[in-house]
Design a protein around this ligand. Sequence first.
Ligand code: SF4
Ligand code: SF4
Length: 135
Amino acid sequence: MMFPMFKQLIVQMFRKPFTNPFPAKYAPKSMKKFMEDVEKGKAKINPPVEIPDEETFRGRILYDRDKCIGCQLCIKVCPSKAIEFKKEEKKIRIYIGRCIFCSQCNDICPTNALSMGNEFLLASDSKVNDELVVE
Ligand code: SF4
Ligand code: SF4
């Protein structure tokens, strides 16, 4: 019983870790300072892993306003209430900060106005960041 566990332990000790250290190869004392150093060119970002399948990946939602007919089906199916209806324009606004990337809005949209993009680096220290609003 002990032997298979011991063998597994030894194997694991010499395997490369599966996790990808991102954005820094070694955890910095302050992530904020690290990101400031990146902007100044003093530090380098350790690249994220590649997207496994661009066709099925669920990243930041893309919205084609011209295709949108204002049917609001996306709003009805959104489990996290991330989509708001803009009455005056009969268009929608999506709050990416609330989105859980389930793709239900994308699946139900009758005009293919919505699609799941590939962008996944969406972390922000501000909830009201304009970049996290799609309209
Ligand atoms: S992907 Fe899901 S959570 Fe995000 S806006 Fe669409 S329905 Fe809502
Ligand atoms: S389901 Fe599609 S067409 Fe209908 S409101 Fe949403 S984005 Fe527009």
